[in-house]
Design a protein around this ligand. Structure first.
Ligand code: COA
Length: 224
């Protein structure tokens, strides 16, 4: 027998909380958490420690690595793969054709595409283009990725950018169409390259002290 006495809204909250706990406990057996409003289709794979928040939909054949955080109102379409520890912010649709490596950050309301020339009256389900997002990359809020372009490891796409070309590893790009304005460390800090005595172009991440080399218009992290 319930001993809870409160207002209607408190009772509603308690019922909602209890429902949430039941779903949480159920998902503990699955070793992930899904909010009661989330829709998890059969035939998807969800890694241990994932969290899936309000009104999000994980579709058949999608694969989520361990410890991914899927925000509110997110769709992960069939065949999409997310690596470990990816963070998908609110209102992102990750369409078939997108593959994200580990530690990818998809900012709020960023937009993927998978058909380059869509027409409502023409089916192009067999011509989806692939978009690969490299390990540790960040896609800023409201950015748009025109399909068929790859985002390199640790690349950083500024808020609102429109990607129409491949993005190099560690590159920082902004604008529409996106242009490279610099380089970012694995930690997400700007890299400022200076010529050292031997002639090498070297930058040091201000937060981690990790060293990076610019060589042939590409950036490489130097081993410690
Ligand atoms: C790209 C970004 C990392 C740059 O940050 P920063 O290194 O501090 O750069 P600054 O603010 O000094 O800006 C440098 C120049 O780039 C421009 N710029 C910065 N961000 C831009 C963007 N997203 N789009 C277009 N131009 C941008 C600035 O206007 C400035 O131009 P100027 O030199 O002509 O004045 C940041 O602006 C950004 O977009 N972060 C993403 C935030 C986000 O989406 N978070 C999601 C989770 S909440």
């Amino acid at each position: 027998m319930s001993v809870f006495k409160g207002t209607d809204s408190q009772t509603h909250f308690l019922k909602h909380y209890q429902k949430q706990r039941i779903v949480y406990i159920c998902c503990m057996e699955e070793k992930y958490f899904a909010h009661p409003t989330a829709v998890i289709d059969e035939g998807c794979t969800i890694g241990e420690g994932c969290k899936i928040w309000h009104f999000s939909h994980i579709m058949e054949g999608a694969v989520l690595g361990e410890k991914c955080n899927i925000g509110q109102n997110v769709v992960i379409s069939p065949g999409v793969t997310l690596g470990k520890n990816c963070k998908v912010q609110n209102n992102v649709s990750v369409y078939t054709g997108v593959i994200c490596a580990d530690d990818v950050f998809l900012g709020p309301s960023c937009v993927f595409t998978n058909v380059v020339n869509p027409r409502s009256a023409v089916s192009r389900k067999d011509s989806y283009r692939r978009t690969m997002v490299g390990k540790g990359a960040t896609i800023g809020a409201n950015a748009t990725i025109v399909c068929g372009h790859n985002i390199g490891e640790y690349a950083f796409i500024g808020a609102g950018a429109v990607i129409t070309k491949d993005v190099l590893p560690y590159a920082l790009v902004v604008g529409n169409p996106a242009r490279q304005i610099g380089w970012m460390s694995e930690r997400g800090c700007r890299l400022l390259f200076k010529k050292e005595k031997g002639g090498d172009m070297i930058a040091v991440c201000p937060e981690t002290g990790q060293r990076y080399k610019l060589y042939n218009k590409m950036v490489y992290r130097l081993e410690e």
